[in-house]
Design a protein around this ligand. Structure first.
Ligand code: PFF
Length: 475
């Protein structure tokens, strides 16, 4: 049987795992959700959830993956009787996320090119149009959105086809440090703009956003909890097969607890840094601009760059390149979950390493979903889910992006994490994780904490988060 190829170095593993976690969710999701949900209160709840659920699920997923040395489907199939099916849920959600993630990645590519055009006063720049118009034109120009979306899918596919160490590890080992430094440059510029302090107040002062009319009313506790919970899953890439798959490539000598903590701290740090890059600039240069959703990234931020003249276009190029790096390092992890399963199967059946073939097949399937989301143009082109599927609830199905996000981030990820914690806490037992975590020669330090969380606290919080999400979507 062919040997299963994993990461070449520990640094490579960390960069790939941090790369998966750090993505669009950090750069626009975190700052805008934090502001809309009471700023500091959201941050505190997010950090508590990250410790009580995020860390626990991350350790659990990495341990299960490393124990079996297999992708998500085989991991659950070989370890449990009652939760055999969970692996399929763990590869279905990444697939759905890829559909809209690649669309957004394509928009970022377009905006990087746009800023190059602006810099050289070329025809593919703003051409004197306002940012809202540029964005609207892109959404209604289906050919252009599809082209950029598919280029993004192709980049993802090529890296995954290059293999774990040759493609994913190489890309992330260079991309992640670059992203960090580019983010620092944008933060320095953003926080030194006159009026930037309002952005900091928006993020960190409790009640400031409501008192100053930036958002209409303060959300209730359940809303903050479910919003912080959904954000946490999405941002840490949990509740699906990613950390199981990456864990399966992790060396047995590595300390799982330490790695989980590093991934969690890096992801939270980058989310906060992204807030410091985006929000002060928005308040300083475009105080009436949108504060959330795709418009924040593409209209508000572009307005910010437009008001800074030529330097602004250079910052625009750096900023969108940074977002593209973050998005690609996440999208490759999403595709890898799907591809790893089929590659393992082929190797097991003696068909050899079919990585390239499966990367192409999975890439085409995700390209088709991305095509639908691109053509939809955020619901403006007459093919939104409520128009095609005639679904009765309108608040979450008026465009394909929100619909797929609702299914994956809103329902499948918390469900996946809920069942995983029940599976480890009540069926497999904590000893399985303990054995795996102690393999590095150091005892499993957080065993007691892990035991209480995985059995009681994590599942209860998961149910609350799910209830909050369902309430927001359906009721
Ligand atoms: N964590 C990524 C982000 O914050 O954008 C997105 C993501 C990647 C979500 C991988 C889920 C996932 F499995």
């Amino acid at each position: 049987m062919d040997e299963r190829k994993g990461f070449g170095s520990h640094f490579g593993f960390l960069m790939a795992a941090v790369g998966s976690a750090v993505g669009l969710g950090n750069i626009w999701g975190f700052p805008n959700k934090m502001g809309a949900n009471g700023g500091f209160l959201f941050l505190i709840i997010y950090l508590i959830l990250a410790a009580l659920c995020g860390y626990i699920i991350m350790v659990g997923e990495l341990a299960l993956g490393r124990k079996t040395g297999r992708g998500a489907v085989d991991t659950y199939r070989s370890l449990t009787k009652r939760f055999k099916w969970l692996g399929w849920l763990a590869i279905l959600s990444p697939f759905l996320i890829l559909g809209f993630y690649c669309t957004l990645g394509g928009y970022c590519l377009k905006y990087m090119v746009l800023n190059v055009g602006n810099l050289f006063s070329a025809s593919f720049g703003n051409n004197g149009l306002a940012s809202a118009e540029v964005f609207g034109n892109m959404l209604s120009n289906q050919g252009e959105s599809v082209a950029y979306g598919l280029i993004f899918v192709l980049i993802t596919l090529l890296i995954v086809a290059g293999g774990v160490s040759g493609g994913i590890e190489k890309f992330c080992s260079v991309g992640m440090p670059c992203l960090f430094f580019m983010l620092l440059i944008v933060i320095i510029r953003s926080c030194t703009l006159p009026g930037a302090v309002d952005g900091l107040k928006y993020m960190f002062v409790p009640g400031w956003a409501v008192a100053n009319g930036v958002i209409e009313k303060a959300p209730n506790f359940l809303e903050v909890l479910s919003s912080a919970g959904g954000q946490m899953f999405f941002s840490l890439s949990l509740g699906m097969g990613i950390m199981i798959t990456y864990g399966s490539y992790l060396d047995k000598k590595e300390n799982i607890e330490k790695n989980a903590l590093i991934i969690l701290v890096c992801d939270t740090l980058i989310a906060l840094m992204a807030g410091l890059a985006v929000m002060p600039a928005r308040f300083a240069l475009d105080p009436t601009g949108d504060i959330g959703g795709p418009k924040l990234l593409f209209i508000t931020m572009q307005n910010v760059f437009n008001t800074m003249g030529v330097v602004g276009y250079i910052f625009g190029i750096i900023f969108y390149l940074l977002v593209i790096l973050a998005a690609v390092s996440s999208s490759i992890s999403l595709l890898e979950v799907v591809v790893a399963h089929f590659v393992d199967k082929a190797t097991e059946n003696g068909k050899g390493d079919k990585r390239k073939v499966y990367s192409i097949i999975a890439g085409i399937a995700c390209g088709l979903l991305c095509l639908l989301v691109c053509l939809d143009g955020l619901g403006g082109n007459g093919i939104a889910p409520y128009q095609l599927l005639h679904l009765p609830m309108a608040n979450w199905n008026d465009n394909w992006l929100d619909f797929l996000d609702m299914l994956s981030e809103g329902l499948m990820m918390p469900l996946g994490a809920l069942f995983m914690s029940i599976c480890i806490g009540w069926e497999l037992g904590v000893q399985v994780v303990d054995d795996e975590c102690s393999l590095c020669g150091v005892r499993f330090k957080s065993r007691k904490f892990f035991n209480v969380c995985i059995k009681y606290i994590t599942p209860i919080l998961m149910v609350l988060i799910l209830y909050g999400q369902i309430h927001a979507f359906f009721l």
